[in-house]
Design a protein around this ligand. Structure first.
Ligand code: FMN
Length: 405
């Protein structure tokens, strides 16, 4: 990827004495892969779980553990957070969270937390009983009051054999949370509804009609909009993607469900981006029993599903409405027709015959057309970078519409 929120960012990663400390290694790799440079500060007890050599090898720099005794760095608790863009504590033990909540500074990492004037993210990891203890709830509440961001643990099987809340959030989730903290907030105040993925139109209890949409374009748009400060709702058909962190997620299956969900959020939204590949046709009556193999040929009668975008175009008051057009011929002419017919403010056209663009790929190449007739052609880029470009254009349209009103 050519562009990343984490490019050239400096992250101070604090690792404490949890069984999940090994996952911090993966986190260092993920942050570094996305362009950040990572300095690891580990508590003495973290060293019981994972050695400094491992962190040194993956981060490329020495690991800090001691407050005293470093002639080259006489005040590491002041200088290290000063050089960082954000401080991430992952995993954060119950003990360390307790120390942070009460302002205790008895080792390098806890002193750094007190001295840091940078965003602080805390990623708890512990046994469920510890996590659900009233002391922990109170301590986390206190950290929220200090303005620290909590990346809540996941629920699932724990290292001790128990099952419940307490598993350290996945490194990809922690990375996303760091991006949300560090990204510029030029979409603050906007309420953005994004649709993504395919729909599934059932034929019988086991079969359905669908398409190859992976949901990646809509997912990237939702994540990037959230990072840029918008409140985001993502309505998605069935995909293999995980639910994005910090975003209200509404799963749907059919075009009819998508229609209902989109309309229920329409009045709330200031911007609507319809990136979903909604089926145009479905069976009006779903077969109640599994269709048996019989005659050599089979005809199914398909009927039109509701045209969601057209309906939104009719109901539109103040919203900026963005549609997508995936075409295999006459791309620009078809996209312009759709833009006018559906009363859109902007349309993102993509030629699905271009190698690497459109359905199922991680990359896309788009032509963005505005209602004012402007056309912008993007190169073939990662879908996340395309999402930044689309949202830049949406912002321009929004600013122009404000200028007119
Ligand atoms: C095998 C083992 C696993 C542990 N895992 C955790 C854990 O996941 N979370 C936690 O809060 N404490 C855990 N502890 C307890 C902490 O290591 C202990 O509270 C320690 O004082 C934390 O030190 P620190 O916060 O300074 O790193 C574990 C202890 C052992 C022996």
């Amino acid at each position: 990827m050519r562009f990343s929120t984490l490019s050239s960012k400096k992250i101070l990663l604090g690792v404490t004495g949890s069984i999940a400390a090994y996952k911090a290694v993966e986190l260092v790799r993920e942050l570094s892969r996305q362009g950040a440079s990572v300095t690891v500060v580990a508590t003495k007890n973290a060293g019981e779980f994972i050695g400094a050599v491992t962190f040194h090898a993956v981060s490329g720099s020495a690991v800090y553990t001691d407050l005293f005794g470093m002639p080259a760095e006489p005040a590491p608790h002041i200088n290290l957070p000063r050089q960082a863009d954000a401080v991430v504590i992952a995993p954060a033990t119950a003990n360390f969270i307790g120390k942070m909540a009460h302002g205790i500074a008895d080792d390098l990492l806890s002193t750094i937390v007190l001295a840091a004037q940078k965003p602080i993210l805390v990623c708890p990891a512990m046994n469920s009983a510890m996590y659900e203890h009233p002391a922990m709830k109170g301590n986390l509440e206190q950290l929220r009051k200090y303005g620290y961001r909590i990346v809540e643990p996941e629920t699932g099987p724990l290292a001790c054999g128990d099952e419940g809340p307490g598993r350290l959030a996945e490194p990809s989730t922690i990375c996303e949370a760091v991006k949300i903290v560090l990204e510029k907030k030029d979409l603050q105040g906007q309420k953005i509804l994004v649709t993504a993925g395919p729909t599934e139109e059932p034929i019988d209890p086991v079969r359905f009609i669908s398409n190859r949409s992976s949901g990646k374009m809509g997912d990237s748009l939702a994540r990037v909009a959230k990072r840029r400060g918008a409140e985001v709702v993502l309505i998605s058909g069935p995909t293999c993607l995980s639910k994005p962190w910090g975003i209200e997620f509404v799963p749907v299956r059919t075009a009819a469900e998508m229609y209902k969900a989109v309309l229920s959020y329409f009045d709330w939204a200031t911007i609507v981006i319809k990136a979903a590949a909604v089926a145009d046709y479905g069976l009006s009556t779903v077969l109640p029993q599994k269709l048996k193999k019989g005659t050599p040929d089979l005809s199914l009668k398909l009927t039109r599903t509701p045209d969601i975008l057209k309906e939104l175009g009719k109901r539109k008051k103040r919203q900026i409405l963005v549609g997508f057009a995936a075409e295999s011929k006459n791309l620009i002419a078809e996209a312009r027709r759709k833009l006018q017919e559906k009363n859109l403010d902007l349309i993102v056209a993509n030629d699905i015959t271009v190698p690497g663009a459109g359905f199922g790929f991680d990359t896309n190449q788009v032509n963005i057309i505005t209602a004012d007739g402007e056309v912008f052609d993007s190169p073939l880029l990662d879908k996340e970078e395309i999402a930044y470009i689309i949202l830049d254009k949406v912002l321009e349209v929004l600013q122009r519409s404000r200028g007119k009103s």
